[in-house]
Design a protein around this ligand. Structure first.
Ligand code: FES
Length: 198
């Protein structure tokens, strides 16, 4: 879905170009954009995989890289973030991700290969805007007192948790998509490709 006058997708473009960091402790830190490892423009338009160094991504922080013109979020979840994921299944539209928005290796309670890292395409499944990070929990989030941390899509109010699962009764029908990816090492992820033989 393209951005039009009715839908403010400016932030989506901004997120592609910048890295956003936030934390449960409320300390903002900027995580560098992984520019040096990005493929050429021609390779990107052909959908080449993107190699990402996550070694500097601290617990509670998130970074954004571009793959096939889309923002891909990588979130280093804390233990508290992970513990909160199991507490609000009844409020989610598809808590077990039974609809297909992810490879089989991310079909688990964390929607990820390694519990601490979520890799998700940061595009709302409603009209294609990029949701905003809302990692603060409870009333401080400005969402509601029970908010466990997640994302808010600003144009029509869809909300997603820290596994990219959409809340019930929101415009967005589906959870955020998980792109194909695998770990080259503890510090590097390749986004856009499945592990051979996996
Ligand atoms: S694009 Fe409308 S709620 Fe996300």
């Amino acid at each position: 879905m393209s951005c039009d006058d009715k839908v403010d997708c400016g932030r989506r473009r901004l997120l592609v170009a910048t890295s956003v960091a936030g934390g449960v402790a409320g300390v903002a830190a900027v995580v560098p954009f992984v520019g040096s490892l990005a493929p050429s423009e021609r390779a990107k338009s052909a959908g080449a995989p993107v190699e990402v160094d996550i070694s500097k991504l601290q617990p509670g922080e998130m970074m954004t890289v571009e793959w096939r013109g889309k923002p891909v979020w990588i979130i280093h979840r804390t233990k508290e973030m992970l513990d909160n994921l199991s507490k609000h299944d009844d409020k989610l539209a598809d808590p077990k991700s039974e609809r297909r928005q992810q490879p089989d290796y991310a079909k688990n309670e964390y929607r990820s290969i390694k519990p601490e890292y979520l890799v998700a395409i940061g595009i709302c499944t409603h009209l294609g805007c990029s949701p905003s990070e809302k990692f603060k929990t409870g009333a401080e989030s400005g969402i509601d007192a029970d908010w466990p941390g997640g994302f808010l899509c600003p144009c029509h109010g869809s909300t997603f948790d820290l596994a990219g699962r959409v809340y019930k009764n929101k415009p967005a029908p589906d959870n955020l998509e998980i792109p194909p990816h695998y770990y080259l090492s503890d510090a590097k992820i390749l986004i856009g490709e499945e592990k051979k033989g996996a």
